[in-house]
Design a protein around this ligand. Structure first.
Ligand code: UDP
Ligand code: UDP
Length: 345
């Protein structure tokens, strides 16, 4: 990115399709569009490809688009223990293999010249490439192809920066999301401190869940830009532990919350959420991991949060009030200005 600053160089985009023609074709279309807008484009493909057609079609495309750069990288055969998989779908196994070898991408992405301005990655690789992009500080866009959620239909699930869930509770939450049938973006944490979080998504959720929900949801292990997610028009509800920052960020976006308080000050924060009309509570879901909340119950509450138009209207009003409070002459703004005035005396 630094190369672009001040030099008016065109953006350089890395494209990451996954496996199968249904996933390659839209990326080649995007490549064409970007090239005709004078962007620099590098297409990354994992080898061996799953189907012969992918190789043939890519070669043909490269011959008609000589400006397109191409980086082929090899998926090693035996470097990791075999995947404990409940599926034999070769395309899904290839998605998983690419995801398990994303470490190969670090040197390829970081040594590019000019450096990458953005990564466009396939929906099915979102969980793994998001982390690489975050580590390298390259913005990542996820083309969701034709299966995009039209608005306010995606449930965003995150419990902040330091709340881990037990494996059993993770399974029940997965069950609740799947039963509900909603689209979702789930940021998952299986240990408090990210440095100790070394469990694979397949181990936590089972690869069959990931396959069954591949067009419904994205599960990410790692850091995301929460404020951008809350600002996205597709996001329609937020399952959250009621960390104060998250509550404030949801309030400022008028985003309905399912207040699944966990510990510390979150009991009080959840009450604020309920009393303000910003969200629904889950008081009988226990405190400090004392209960295992079952999938059926999670499914039901997601339904209440997502289908309740009154709640959505009230949350929107909270958003408007929050915006006024921050603006010039608003209550928050006045308090801060008052402090600054005192300091200037
Ligand atoms: N396709 C094609 N020729 C064929 C079979 C498929 O051009 O003989 C293309 C089709 O136009 C589409 C893609 O391959 O762009 C298949 O993607 P789709 O999402 O329809 O199905 P999937 O293969 O992912 O199940
Ligand atoms: N956050 C984020 N991405 C993540 C996880 C958290 O941007 O993947 C941000 C979130 O927007 C919030 C903060 O980290 O500003 C978490 O603070 P909060 O008070 O909600 O919860 P805590 O992590 O302190 O429990």
């Amino acid at each position: 990115m630094a190369d672009n600053i001040g030099s008016q160089a065109p953006p350089h985009i890395a494209l990451f399709p996954s496996a199968g023609m249904g996933h390659l074709t839209p990326f080649l279309r995007i490549a064409s569009m970007l090239l005709s807008s004078n962007c620099m484009v590098t297409l990354f493909t994992a080898h061996p490809t799953m189907s012969a057609t992918e190789s043939t079609y890519t070669s043909l495309f490269l011959s008609t688009h000589p400006q397109l750069k191409h980086i082929k990288y090899q998926l090693p055969n035996h470097s990791l223990p075999p995947l404990q998989s409940t599926t034999d779908d070769p395309f899904f196994l290839q998605f998983a293999a690419i995801s398990r070898h994303v470490h190969l991408l670090y040197p390829l992405l970081s040594s590019a010249s000019p450096s990458f301005s953005a990564i466009f990655s396939d929906f099915s690789l979102a969980s793994s490439i998001t982390q690489v992009a975050a580590d390298l500080a390259i913005p990542n866009y996820i083309p969701a192809m034709a299966r995009q959620p039209p608005e306010e239909s995606v449930v965003y699930v995150s419990f902040g920066s330091r709340t881990a869930m037990s494996k059993d509770q993770i399974r029940e939450l997965a069950d609740g999301l799947e039963r509900n049938g909603c689209r979702f973006l789930w940021i998952i944490k299986s240990s408090k401190v990210d440095k100790e979080d070394n469990q694979e998504l397949e181990d936590l959720l089972g690869s069959s869940f990931l396959k069954r929900t591949q067009y419904k949801g994205i599960v990410v292990k790692g850091w995301v830009n929460q404020q951008e997610i809350l600002a996205h028009p597709a996001t329609g509800g937020f399952i959250n532990h009621c960390g104060w920052n998250s509550v404030m960020e949801a309030a400022s976006r008028g985003m309905p919350l399912l207040a699944w308080r966990q510990h510390g000050d979150q009991r009080v924060n959840a009450e604020v959420v309920e009393n303000a009309g910003l969200g629904i509570g889950a008081r009988d879901w226990g405190w400090d991991v004392e209960l295992l909340v079952k999938g059926e119950e999670i499914e039901r509450k997601i339904g209440v949060m997502m289908k309740n138009e009154k709640l959505r209207d009230r949350a929107r009003k909270v958003g408007e009030e929050a915006r006024k409070a921050r603006g010039t002459g608003g209550s928050s703004n006045k308090v801060l200005m008052g402090v600054i005035e005192v300091l200037n005396l």
